[in-house]
Design a protein around this ligand. Structure first.
Ligand code: KG4
Length: 338
């Protein structure tokens, strides 16, 4: 089954062509980060306008790279939630128009379910059940992936997402947007014990997380130092910050695998590209005798292939949307609304 998949939930316009879920025939991405860097974060209207500019050309180019024509498309999958509403609507309306004109099914896909599915593409042998930690710019979730479309949230960040926190910390350290990768690079030369930073715990909710206190601590340290005209070791602050994020994520996710008695854990989303977090997971998984699935960096960030892959499993489970499908800025990964 050939699926054309559309992803436009934030600042990446992406179109992929997948066959039977896990085979990627084309994966076109137009990243806009450079256009938002000037503002230190994603500007929703600029994101939407850029999606409109490129989405059609990207679809043509994906088809030509796959060596296919529109007549070969069996279904159109599209991210409909969560994300920036204007950005989502561009992809959604493009997908609706295409599905309608070709007379093929329209498959609604939850963005976070897509991130989880990135691991199915990277690891053909991976099958549920497993625990997935999804850490991106907008979400931090520990999920029990019971089956391809049966996903239960075990814990989530009560405030900022880990990626958002990386971006904010990077900004006060004078690094460009998006700050995750520059923070990763800067932390390489630092001492992760140099700064004592808070790791929040939420009473009675062992899997829930909070990153706003950590973010504020880094912002305050940087501002205090600059107000006093003091120099501080930025690399060590980046390393201490990354350790604090990793110490919030890794033990909780490992605790979830242990509680469920699974032997597999996957990580997904942009922050899953972080070298320290990946290394800490590798160590923890090895110690616990659990197999870790960490997708290649290309599949960590937003992409269309993950939407095509999850779209296939949603299709098999009976997911179909009409031309009244709406977009939603927020939606829990275990909810469905279409
Ligand atoms: O999954 P993603 O591409 O978009 C969302 O769906 O949000 O994640 C983007 C986030 C940004 O906050 C970015 O700074 C972060 O992922 N990121 C990283 C790294 N690479 C990207 N964070 C930490 N370390 C990295 N190497």
């Amino acid at each position: 089954m050939i699926i054309l998949a559309v992803e436009s939930s934030c600042d990446e316009t992406a179109i992929a062509i997948t066959r039977n879920g896990r085979e990627v025939l084309a994966d076109e991405i137009f990243p806009q980060a450079d256009m938002h860097a000037l503002y230190g974060g994603v500007v929703p209207e600029i994101a939407s306008r850029n999606h409109i500019n490129v989405i059609s050309k990207l679809a043509d180019s994906a088809l030509s790279k796959a060596g296919l024509t529109k007549a070969d498309i069996d279904a159109v999958a599209v991210t409909y939630a969560p994300g920036l509403i204007g950005a989502l609507l561009v992809g959604l309306n493009f997908a609706k128009g295409l599905a309608l004109s070709l007379g093929v099914p329209l498959i609604p896909v939850h963005h976070i379910r897509g991130h989880i599915a990135a691991n199915y593409i990277a690891f053909p042998e991976l099958e549920p059940p497993f625990v997935s930690l999804i850490v991106s710019g907008g979400n931090t979730i520990i999920a029990d992936v019971k089956d391809y479309t049966d996903i239960r949230i075990m814990g989530y960040s009560r405030d900022d997402a880990a990626g958002e926190c990386f971006d904010k910390a990077a900004r006060v350290l004078g690094l460009p947007y998006p700050g995750g990768k520059p923070m990763d690079d800067l932390a390489q030369g630092g001492d992760d014990t140099a700064f004592k930073l808070p790791i929040a715990k939420i009473d009675g909710h062992p899997y829930d997380m909070s990153f706003s206190g950590l973010k504020t601590a880094v912002v305050n340290m940087a501002h205090n130092a600059s107000q006093k005209g003091e120099e501080f070791d930025k690399a060590s602050l980046a390393a201490s910050f990354t350790k604090a994020v990793s110490d919030s994520l890794v033990p909780r996710a490992m605790m979830a695998v242990e509680e469920l008695g699974y032997d597999k854990i996957s990580i997904a989303g942009g922050v899953a590209a972080n070298s320290r977090i990946r290394a800490d997971f590798e160590k923890a998984a090895k110690k616990a005798g659990v197999k870790l699935y960490a997708p290649p960096l290309k599949l960590c960030g937003d992409n269309g292939a993950m939407i095509g892959c999850q779209g296939y499993y949603e299709y098999l489970a009976g997911a179909r949307a009409g031309s009244d499908l709406n977009a939603y800025a927020t939606m829990e990964v275990d909810k469905i609304h279409y």
